[in-house]
Design a protein around this ligand. Structure first.
Ligand SMILES: NC(=O)c1ccc[n+]([C@@H]2O[C@H](COP(=O)([O-])OP(=O)(O)OC[C@H]3O[C@@H](n4cnc5c(N)ncnc54)[C@H](O)[C@@H]3O)[C@@H](O)[C@H]2O)c1
Length: 412
C-alpha cells in the first residue's frame, strides 16, 4: 500500500463522527497516512462540540481540524451548501468522508465524484439501487474509489465466519435470526429531526447491518423482504417508525428474521442489543453460527455514570481508545480497522497513478475481493432498503427483489 498521504474533507459532525470516524482519521493522520483534516457541518454547533470534546483531546493531543463554518459563527446560522465550495476547491483524488444523515448521502457523494474525489461514506451508501448504480458508474469511469463503512464486516468473528462458511464448514444457511435494538435515548437526539416515516425506519437504519453481514458471510443474495413497522412519536412530536420486524427470504430459499428498534433501555448494560444466529445444513448434519454481539464477556461497574449507567457491558472489539506506546490513546477494534481498510483502498487506487485503466484495475480487484463494501459489491443493501421502504409503507406486504434482466424491486 502507498503511504502518500491524502487530505480529508469530512462532511457531517454528528454522533458517528465523534464516536468513530474522527478518532480513526486522527490516528491515521498521526501515522502519516492522512494530511490535513477539514470538517464541514450544517452549522458551528456540532463542530464546536467536536473541537472541545474531552475524549478527543485526551486521545489526540495537539491534533485538530479546520472547521467550516468557523467555530465563532453563531450556532443558529446554517450552511447546507458550504460543502460544495470546499469540495470544488480540493485537488483531485483526495478523500471526501460522508457522515451526514442517510437521505443526504446521494447528492453529496455525486458532487464529490464530479469533482474527482475518492469517497468514504458511512452506511448506507444511498437509499435506492438506481442511485448506487449511478455512483458505481461515475466512480469507475473516473477511476475513483467509493467505499461504504459497514464496520461489522471487519469484526474478526465476521471474517472468521466468512472464511469457514466459504470453506463449506458451516453448511448451507437455511434459517436464522438477527436483532439490533438501539438505545431509547436516541429518540431525544437529532434523530427526532430526520428519523421520520418518510425518510427511514429501524430496519433500514440498523437492520441492514445484519442483512449485509449475512451476505458478507454466505455470499447468498436476498430475494424478498417483508417489514412491519411500529409507529410512535419523538419528543418533538415528529412521527416515525420506532420499531420494526422484518423477514428476509434469500435466493437459496433460506429465511432470516430481523428485529430492529430505537428502544433498548438506557440504564440496561448493552449499550444496545445485537446478535446473529444462522442455522444451516451440511451433508446429513445440522450447523450453527451464533454470535452474541452485545455481551462480549466484559462488564464493568463504575464509580460514576459517565457511561450513561453505573454498570455496562464493554465491547472492546468495536471501538476503544486505549493506551499505546505513543502520546494520548489509540483507537482499536473493527470500527477503526474498517476506516483504515477503506482509506488504504483509496490510497491503493492513487498508487496506480495517472493511468485510468490502471486505477480501474485496482478498483476491480477491490470489488472482487469483497472485503470493503463498494457500490459494485454491496448494492444488495440498496435493493433491500428499497424493498423495506416499499414493504413497511404497505403495512408489511412482501417486496420482491429481482436481479434479472436488471435489478429491481416490486411489491409481490
Ligand atoms: N453503525 C453505523 O455504521 C452508523 C452508526 C451511526 C450513524 N451512522 C450513519 O452516519 C450518518 C450520520 O449519522 P449521525 O448519527 O452522526 O447523525 P447526526 O444527526 O448526529 O449528525 C449529522 C451531521 O450531519 C451534518 N449535516 C447535515 N446536513 C449537512 C450538510 N448539508 N452539510 C454539512 N453537514 C451536514 C449535521 O450538521 C450533523 O453534524 C447516517 O447516515 C447514519 O446512518 C452509521
Amino acid at each position: 500500500m502507498s503511504r502518500n498521504a491524502i487530505d480529508v474533507l469530512l462532511i457531517g459532525g454528528g454522533m458517528i463522527t465523534h464516536d468513530q470516524i474522527l478518532p480513526s482519521l486522527y490516528h491515521l493522520q498521526r501515522q502519516g497516512v492522512l494530511g490535513p483534516i477539514k470538517i464541514c457541518a450544517l452549522g458551528s454547533g456540532p463542530l464546536r462540540a467536536l473541537a472541545e470534546a474531552p475524549a478527543l483531546a485526551e486521545a489526540f493531543p495537539g491534533q485538530s481540524f479546520e472547521a467550516f463554518p468557523a467555530l465563532d459563527v453563531p450556532e443558529a446560522e446554517t450552511f447546507p451548501e458550504l460543502y460544495k465550495e470546499l469540495v470544488a476547491a480540493m485537488p483531485p483524488r483526495n478523500l471526501v468522508v460522508v457522515a451526514v444523515p442517510d437521505h443526504v448521502h446521494d447528492p453529496v457523494i455525486r458532487f464529490a465524484l464530479e469533482h474527482d474525489q475518492h469517497v468514504l461514506t458511512v452506511k448506507p451508501l444511498v437509499l435506492r439501487y438506481d442511485q448506487a448504480a449511478v455512483i458505481e458508474r461515475m466512480a469507475h469511469d473516473r477511476g475513483l474509489f467509493v467505499g461504504v463503512e459497514y464496520h461489522k464486516r471487519f469484526d474478526r468473528r465476521s471474517l472468521e465466519a466468512r472464511r469457514q462458511y466459504r470453506a463449506g464448514r458451516l453448511g448451507e444457511f437455511r434459517c436464522g435470526e438477527a436483532k439490533m435494538i438501539e438505545p431509547y435515548y436516541y429518540r431525544h437526539s437529532n434523530f427526532q429531526n430526520w428519523f421520520t416515516k418518510e425518510n427511514t425506519d429501524p430496519f433500514t437504519y440498523v437492520g441492514c447491518h445484519y442483512v449485509d453481514l449475512v451476505y458478507f458471510i454466505t455470499g447468498v443474495r436476498p430475494a424478498e423482504v417483508a417489514v412491519r413497522g411500529v409507529e410512535g412519536a419523538f419528543p418533538n412530536g415528529n412521527v416515525g417508525y420506532l420499531w420494526a420486524s422484518g423477514m428476509v427470504r434469500w435466493e437459496n430459499g433460506a429465511v432470516l428474521n430481523v428485529l430492529a428498534g430505537l428502544g433498548y433501555p438506557d440504564e440496561a448494560p448493552g449499550t444496545n442489543d445485537q446478535a446473529l444466529c444462522l442455522y444451516g445444513e451440511g451433508e446429513n448434519v445440522g450447523t450453527i453460527l451464533k454470535h452474541n454481539d452485545q455481551f462480549r464477556g466484559c462488564s464493568y461497574g463504575y464509580t460514576d455514570h459517565a457511561a450513561g449507567a453505573a454498570f455496562r457491558y464493554i465491547n472492546p472489539d468495536y471501538f476503544r481508545l486505549v493506551p499505546w506506546q505513543g502520546d494520548g490513546l489509540r483507537p482499536v477494534g473493527y470500527g477503526h480497522d474498517s476506516v483504515e481498510g477503506l482509506v488504504e483502498s483509496a490510497l491503493a487506487v492513487n498508487a496506480a497513478g495517472e493511468d485510468l485503466a490502471a486505477r480501474q484495475s485496482v478498483l476491480d480487484e477491490i470489488d472482487r475481493r469483497g472485503l470493503v463494501a463498494t457500490p459494485a459489491n454491496s448494492s444488495i443493501n440498496e435493493l433491500v432498503i428499497e424493498a423495506t421502504r416499499l414493504s413497511i409503507l404497505a403495512d408489511g406486504a412482501p417486496a420482491v427483489i429481482e436481479y434479472k434482466p436488471k435489478p429491481r424491486v416490486r411489491l409481490r
